[in-house]
Ligand binder design. Structure first.
Ligand code: C2E
Ligand code: CA
Ligand code: CA
Ligand code: CA
Length: 278
């Protein structure tokens, strides 16, 4: 037993060393990426169920190192969050999304909204309001076209601070969505106090909605809640027509998922917007 204990400790230590080294490497990579513009945004359409029109797109961060493959956010956002690098990275995301919104506005898509994800660090950062104001002003994009996605846990962490930040940002003209709705440990009472426009129903409730009665009941309950509070709903991760049919039946306002389109480069969005009033 002693030997086994010794081995366990040794394994544990070397794996820690390995993960610590990987973390340091990612951190250095992220600093380099910021300095050398290795980030880019992909956009995933959000489709209104009634009209079948793309009414908004979600900006999703990608990292393209000078050598190697495109890195998905799950592989670097946790490190960016831990090191605080998410604040300058998030600032770049806001600026780039607003620049792109302005380009689409200039092409005549002036009702298209762009949703940007905020991280917990960014949302708590006192400079956020100034950052958003600056991104809107320097791009000249219409503030009403910017949506910010936050999660329930970000609100619960500091409810009063969240309320203040959200009111200031709402005064700038931007709107809020609650991302991954239904997955946080939160009381629902915050929903009536916060300036929120949309609930994005987490994709964990959608994947098996065809067969899982509980998932369907949860989505149904979210719909009822949203209707009473006059919030719009977006179902995330819709992959099949059968899922879409159920969501339509339940009264969902919009959907997002591989069924319509994966996240794509800005230049590929134009053909998906061709059915929009320009
Ligand atoms: P999220 O905000 O929930 O974004 C939706 C994720 O679901 C995206 O993953 C998208 O590609 C994926 N997705 C969309 N449709 C489907 C579908 O039909 N099936 C499946 N299986 N997946 C689908 P992605 O782009 O890898 O982003 C992962 C997460 O990284 C995001 O989850 C968000 O939390 C975070 N993230 C992405 N961009 C940013 C950013 O600019 N800033 C911050 N702070 N976080 C970001
Ligand atoms: Ca999101
Ligand atoms: Ca989500
Ligand atoms: Ca998320």
């Amino acid at each position: 037993a002693k030997d086994m204990g010794g081995n366990t400790v040794e394994l544990f230590t070397s794996s820690m060393t390995h993960s610590a080294r990987a973390r340091l490497q990612t951190e250095a990579g992220l600093r380099n990426a910021l300095a050398h513009s290795e980030f880019l945004l992909h956009y995933q359409p959000i489709v209104e169920l009634k009209s079948g029109r793309v009414t908004s797109v979600e900006a999703l961060l990608r990292w393209q190192p000078s050598q190697g493959n495109l890195v998905p956010p799950a592989q670097f956002i946790p490190v960016a969050e831990e090191t605080g690098l998410i604040v300058p990275i998030g600032e770049w995301v806001l600026q780039e999304a607003c620049r792109q919104a302005r380009r689409w506005q200039d092409q005549g898509y002036d009702t298209l909204q762009i949703a940007v994800n905020l991280s917990i660090r960014q949302f708590a950062d006192p400079s956020l309001v100034a950052t958003v104001r600056d991104a809107l002003q320097s791009s000249g994009c219409n503030p009403a076209s910017l949506q910010l996605e936050i999660t329930e846990s970000m609100v619960m962490q500091d409810a009063q601070g969240a309320l203040n930040t959200m009111h200031q940002l709402t005064e700038l003209g931007v709107q809020f969505s609650i991302d991954d709705f239904g997955t946080g440990y939160s009381s629902l009472s915050y929903l009536k106090r916060l300036p929120v426009h949309k609930l994005k129903i987490d994709r964990s409730f959608i994947g098996e909605i065809e067969t899982d009665e509980n998932d369907r009941a949860i989505v149904d309950a979210i719909q009822t809640l949203a209707r009473k509070l006059t919030l719009r709903t977006v179902a995330e991760g819709v992959e099949t027509d059968a899922q879409l049919d159920i969501l339509r039946e339940l009264g969902c306002d919009a959907y997002q998922g591989y069924l319509f389109s994966r996240p794509v480069a800005a230049t590929d969005i134009a053909r998906l917007l061709s059915n929009m009033p320009a």
